[in-house]
Design a protein around this ligand. Structure first.
Ligand code: TLP
Length: 357
């Protein structure tokens, strides 16, 4: 009798070492302390404002950002979308980076759901030029859409986790003020930015009207983001969250992990930054790969593979075959992101696997 059929895929899978997952810090799993906090959290119906754990997290988040109030939302995307919808109304203009997460990755929701007109600008290393921002804002005129909002992003994802320095950030906020625009900061990784700058997150929020930050990235929570701003902004944000179907019930199970994250997971992000530098230095000596070491400021490494004969997706498949997972930034780059599941040995292992791919 023939034995059980084994597919070619399952045979080759057995030869692949356990993958080193460098696709994103969104891949992090909750810590044991988070799971414990989730299991023992005080819960209530947050739609009735009766979840004490959500309220505690929102108060902590507001205090940490130096702002008046905060709102727990399921995702960073929803937090950004709510901010857009509170700051601006359909037909209004939003000045933002063409490569920002809001413009590039949020499935066109700023147009399809918020009804906003993007005024996309190019940034360099994640930095918009304050003069270009000023120039993009037209005077108020009956014939024009109304310019309403400037969106910033820090750290800047598509440039490879680049940090917009505080002085530059402040200059952009000042231009927005002078032009009568509100400022929303997509701070999905704002703690990474503050650590890299050696400042407090509140230094970055001083000039902005709202900030969104994610619990679910390097901070390791399974989900959840916070939208933070003034009390009136957050009251309206609460209504818009509801409009989008984002009202939650016993959301304390999310908030419990978030409290652990804010209490104990922020400072360790510096380790992820050190490992990104270690990874970058290791990969810089691999034939065919080019890395701008100066550009490795936080937990991301952009690997330029243009000297190799493969497309980004072909190269990613070769790396996957030796057990290294990254993200495509086609046509020339692969993005690798470090997080708490990687220690120095894992990073060194990733470098040698890639060198042999
Ligand atoms: N970024 C993800 C992907 O969507 C690209 C990643 O792997 O980096 N703002 C920024 C700056 C982000 O990087 C992300 C997620 C979001 C917003 C959206 O957060 P979620 O995924 O919670 O909706």
């Amino acid at each position: 009798m023939p034995g059980p059929v084994r597919s070619a895929a399952s045979c080759s899978l057995q030869r692949v070492p356990a993958p080193i997952n460098l696709r994103s810090d969104t891949q992090t799993l909750p810590t044991p302390a988070m799971l414990q906090a989730i299991a023992t959290a005080d819960l209530g119906d947050d739609t009735y404002d009766e979840d004490p754990t959500v309220q505690r997290l929102e108060a902590m988040a507001a205090a940490r950002m130096g702002m008046a109030a905060a709102l727990l939302v399921p995702s960073g995307h929803m937090g950004n979308l709510i901010a857009l919808m509170v700051h601006a109304k359909p037909g209004d203009e939003v000045v933002l980076d063409r490569d920002s997460h809001i413009a590039y990755y949020e499935a066109g929701s700023m147009a399809s759901l918020a009804g906003l007109m993007p005024i996309p600008l190019l940034s360099v290393a994640g930095r918009l030029d304050p003069d270009e921002v000023a120039g993009a804002v037209r005077e108020r005129d009956l014939h024009y859409a109304t310019p309403r909002l400037l969106c910033l992003e820090n750290t800047h994802n598509r440039s490879g986790g680049r940090v917009v320095p505080l002085t530059h950030h402040a200059a952009l906020c000042e231009v927005a003020r002078a032009k009568g625009l509100a400022v929303h900061l997509d701070g999905a990784r704002i703690f990474n930015a503050a650590i890299a700058q050696g400042c407090e997150v509140a230094d970055y929020t001083r000039g902005v009207d709202s900030v969104m930050f994610c619990l679910s990235k390097g901070l390791s929570c399974p989900l959840g983001s916070l939208l933070v701003g003034s009390a009136t902004f957050i009251a309206e944000a609460d209504r818009v969250r509801r409009r989008l179907g984002g009202g939650m019930r016993q959301a304390g199970i999310i908030a419990a992990a978030g409290i652990v994250a804010l209490d104990s997971m922020v400072d360790r992000l510096a380790e992820d930054h050190a490992r990104a530098r270690r990874l970058a230095h290791g990969l810089a000596s691999v034939d065919g790969l080019a890395i701008d070491l100066e550009a490795v400021e936080t937990n991301m490494v952009m690997v330029d593979h243009s000297a190799l004969p493969w497309t980004t997706h072909e190269l990613l498949a070769r790396w996957a075959a030796v057990g290294v997972l990254g993200s495509a930034r086609a046509p020339r780059h692969i993005r690798l992101v470090t997080h708490r599941h990687h220690d120095d040995d894992v990073i060194d292992d990733a470098v040698s696997r890639i060198a042999g791919a």
